[in-house]
Design a protein around this ligand. Sequence first.
Ligand code: HEM
Ligand SMILES: [Cu+2]
Length: 495
Amino acid sequence: MTTTLHVAIDSKTKKAVVFPLVFSGVILLLMMIFGVVMLLGQGKLIELNPNMFYKIMTIHGTGMIGVSALAGSCIIWYFLKQYVPLNTAVFRLNVYLFLVGVAMVLVGIFAYDFAGAWTFLYPLPAQSGGMWGKTGAALYLGGMLVIGTGFLILLLEAARAIIKQYGSLATSLGWPQILGKEKGFGPPPTVVASTMVCIVDIIALITGAALLSMSLINVFVPSFTIDPLLAKNLTYAFGHVFANSIIYMGVIVVYELLPRYTGRPWKSNKIFLIAWNMSTLFTLIVYPHHLLMDFVMPKWMIVMGQVLSYMNGLPVLVVTAFGALMIVYRSGIKWDVASSFLYLSMFGWVIGVVPAIIDATIVINHVMHNTKWVPGHFHIYMGLGACAMILGFMYYLTRLEGGRIDNKLDYLTLWLYILAFLGLTGSFLFSGKSSAPRRWAEHLPEWIPADMVAAFFGTFVTITFLLFLVRFISYSSNIGSKINQSDDIRPSTHG
Ligand code: HEM
Ligand SMILES: [Cu+2]
């Protein structure tokens, strides 16, 4: 057998992902603590005044999506580097801009009281009803603009490198194979997925930058106004796509590592290519499912939002989950913590999508949309899907590149994490079913028991995550230095 678990890229690139991954891990942990604090407040277990609740909610939503995307960008960079030449300086620039942006956002929220949520829904930043001033709004919006610019530059570099290598983004999305002009398999799955992420995120980030700039002007020049419905459309065209793209960045680690663990290649066949093309288009146009309650929206957009939401991520999810099952089936794979996380992420992705599909149905959406059902679904998808991919990548890196050996505690924390996350999200869904609204600092007495249960499970999630992080950080400095590399977890019975 010729495959190896190691990824053939230079040690400079390997080293470059360490800091952003450590940083993402630390911020994820901090945001989890904030999540628990919100639940303790809603569950009346601590005294949390509403002003503080909304500040925490703003930083939790923004921070979680931001650092998951940062970790996702590490996954893209690490694996795409095998196929196209990428400039590491651009990768570093994104990390620096991210740090600057995060600092601005934190100061805007905690020193200048911005609490307008990650949606910064126009005209809220400028019209806070006295809750925060121009400085807070400007720091938050400006910080988001800096973060977005960093990601935009990073993905433009990735797109440039892909186009240089493959000729066009259509080729790297496998159009020649789909149209039957070329026989055989399309580009490697990593290239296909990266192309999709480049396309959808470059569009989303430019949309977001336009909206943030207009909002910033509006903060200082109130006579400069925009149509609020247009602004809401832009918000979700940016937010839906960017948040969704995290899982499409993360899934690259599944495409790259499961084949290495099983010794079976993951090829881009025609169905795989068609699925990625469909999800590219759908991801861009389904965002109106966030506007189903806005009766002034054109009806066709609402219908499109609903109908296509059923199919949004589905093509890629199906080919990926099915592909993962097939590649593992009777492969004689030797499981370790990293590969278990990658396998788990398929399961998290699948079960996270089910409540989302239910919610995307207009009649159900009218009842469910502003309830905790929604955080229930996306916490499954993010926590057991996207985060499991990120954790799988981290565990792989320290196992293969850092000399860490899986111990009993690693396995125990893996299982505790899964169970605790299911408990947490189960209580969110339950709250939603009992009509508890989302984004409310104060809960009625009948909603409180579920908040307490969620706070309990949330604490467990946070503790297990702390254990993962300690394991990652203690071995992270070895990554890229070619010591202690063990490559003995390939299947023993590969025929
Ligand atoms: C220990 C783990 C976590 C806990 C305890 C937690 C808790 C919470 C709570 C209580 C809310 C507010 C719900 C409400 O509207 O009443 C929330 C919202 C949210 N969470 Fe988490 N969360 C956790 C992990 C995550 C992860 C891993 C992500 C994504 C990677 C995430 C992303 C978000 C987002 C985007 C929101 C929406 C904020 C908004 O409505 O503006 N959370 N979370
Ligand atoms: Cu959406």
